[in-house]
Design a protein around this ligand. Structure first.
Ligand SMILES: CC(C)(COP(=O)(O)OP(=O)(O)OC[C@H]1O[C@@H](n2cnc3c(N)ncnc32)[C@H](O)[C@@H]1OP(=O)(O)O)[C@@H](O)C(=O)NCCC(=O)NCCS
Length: 497
């Protein structure tokens, strides 16, 4: 090397650096921050272990941990149990989707659960020791205690158990030390008896006990809007409850879970009150719209099974959300789906999130345009207020947004705004606008952009007060309810319920 030449790289390679990778990576940054230190309980059934995508799913879990999430993995082993029981010539017995476990069957079930444990822990260790996921330990053992289900409706469930207590402090201690906790469906009683516990239920109870921010089920199947054919990618708790009660009603009407047709196109319809007001929520404007949902996915001819499984997961998700878990997800067992679900706005699966408690005043209590006002109340105290007024097909104004002085900086303002964004989406409004003289920055930080009087709908332009000279901010609502959910996460809504 006789001579060195120095040259500037600026201006070179711009095309590569501004490519989709950089945009994508930058887009993930807010989600990485949001999930840093978050406890996530992730359930996978035994079928995931048999799936060709298993290795990549485990690698994704390792990456999640590397990105700062604290993971508890809960595994089931139903298909492995079925195979081993069949090989041993032992007949399987289920009642209402719960396995009846004889002493003889328990021996085989322990082997199936052990097999899944080894597969999962070895895959995690591969990531931990040599792979990209970094160095961490996997902790398993007696992190929960079990008790017998006993005799129900005359059926003796034998060695089938249920969760008695989750050792939340011990689990958190492991997570704080950088470990990943792994629970299987095998639980022990205080006197050393062994029980076969339903892992879907265990995951939900564990998430609630450890104060997880997420409960994630990795499972096949999805819900579709039966009218539009669109996949439903987010639901509120109230909508999930409504879905479940319709499913139960349908089941009891039919005498069994609904099965329809076969093949990939087969759907078992379940009504969902999409975007309807939850039990605790009454909306002054009333934007409830009945929609029908259908269940899809799974193997051909298995609509009944897919539907039953999705409803079971939804039921447990509802239980966990009711007990304080912020969000529940059902993510397909495909490579990268977990990462897409957690680090992108549109996700890859179904998100179920909690409701807010918004209650309207009665018409007697408010003035003539009561239907445009929304209030947040706790007991008899009004904590916040805002109006939502439509202009034509596409526009709506949010105004008078105010939170009680003693309750500010707790996320209530953001909660009210995101609620109104949902109201807007449910009524097909595309553009929200606000007029403000002092709170401009607050709206800008929540996705609004300054606009002009000429951008207002004609009717509102006419009533614009030129003396007051309020500034105008617009927000275009794209991406549907899921986008509102995603933004809410980034706003870090604290202790809303
Ligand atoms: C603006 C308002 C509704 C926000 O309600 P809130 O429940 O406190 O809001 P959130 O908890 O969701 O957000 C609080 C954050 O907004 C910030 N914020 C509050 N007022 C702000 C303003 N005028 N400009 C910029 N940021 C503001 C707070 O400092 C806080 O930030 P931090 O979390 O970094 O500390 C509330 O402050 C209020 O009622 N203000 C008086 C009425 C008003 O100006 N309404 C707007 C009419 S269009």
């Amino acid at each position: 090397m006789d001579a060195l030449r120095v040259r500037s790289l600026s201006g070179e390679g711009d095309e590569e650096t501004s490519g989709s990778f950089v945009d994508l990576f930058r887009g993930c940054a807010p989600y990485i921050r949001a999930h840093l230190g978050a406890i996530m309980v992730i359930h996978m059934g035994g079928e995931v272990v048999e799936d060709p995508n298993f290795t990549s799913i485990m690698d994704d879990l390792g990456l999640l941990r590397l990105l700062g999430a604290r993971l508890v993995i809960v595994t089931g082993a139903r298909p492995q149990m079925s195979t081993l029981l069949q090989q041993a010539g032992i007949k399987e017995e289920f009642r209402d989707d719960l396995r009846v476990t004889s002493k003889e069957a328990l021996k085989v079930i322990k082997a199936a659960a052990g097999f899944v444990r080894i597969e999962v822990e070895s895959a995690l260790s591969r990531g931990a020791r040599g792979g990209a996921a970094g160095d961490f330990h996997v902790a398993g053992g007696n992190f929960f205690s079990a008790q017998p289900v006993g005799v129900r409706d005359g059926v003796d469930y034998g060695c089938t158990g249920e969760v008695r207590k989750v050792e939340a402090d011990r689990i958190r201690a492991q997570l704080n030390e950088g470990g990943v906790v792994h629970l299987t469906c095998i639980g022990y009683s205080g006197s050393g008896e062994v029980f076969n516990v339903n892992s879907v239920d265990l995951a939900a109870k564990c998430a609630a006990s450890v104060g997880a921010s997420k409960l994630i089920y990795i499972a096949d199947g999805y819900l579709e809007d039966a009218t539009t054919g669109e996949i439903i990618n987010s639901m509120r708790l109230s909508e999930a409850r409504s879905l479940l009660s319709r499913y139960e009603k349908k089941k009891s009407n039919n005498g069994e879970a609904v099965a329809a047709g076969s093949g990939a196109g087969a759907m078992a319809a379940v009504d969902v009150e999409k975007d309807s007001p939850p039990a605790e929520v009454e909306m002054a404007g009333g934007v409830a719209a009945d929609k029908e949902a259908a269940v899809g996915g799974g193997s051909a001819g298995d609509v009944h099974g897919v539907e039953q499984r999705l409803m079971r997961l939804t039921e447990k998700a509802v239980m966990a959300l009711t007990q304080g878990v912020s969000r529940a997800h059902v993510v397909p067992p495909t490579s990268g789906a977990l990462l897409q679900e957690l680090y992108t706005r549109d996700g890859a699966g179904l998100l179920i999130s909690r409701d807010m408690i918004l209650v309207p005043r009665t018409p007697e209590q408010l003035e003539a345009d009561i239907n445009e006002f929304f209030v947040i109340t706790r007991d008899e105290t009004v904590l916040g207020v805002a109006f939502f007024k439509r202009y034509g097909q596409d526009h709506a104004e949010v105004g008078c947004l105010a939170i009680h002085r003693d309750y500010r900086k707790r996320g209530w303002g953001e909660a009210m705004l995101s609620y109104l964004e949902r109201v807007a989406l449910a009524s097909s409004v595309k553009h929200l606008f606000v007029l403000s003289t002092v709170t401009m920055q607050w709206f800008v930080e929540r996705g609004f952009r300054e606009s002009q009087v000429s951008d207002l709908p004609p009717e509102r332009r006419e009533s614009y007060n030129w003396e007051r000279m309020s500034k105008i901010y617009h927000k275009t609502l794209g991406g549907g309810v899921r986008a509102v959910d995603a933004e809410e996460l980034l706003w870090d809504v604290r202790g809303m319920i």
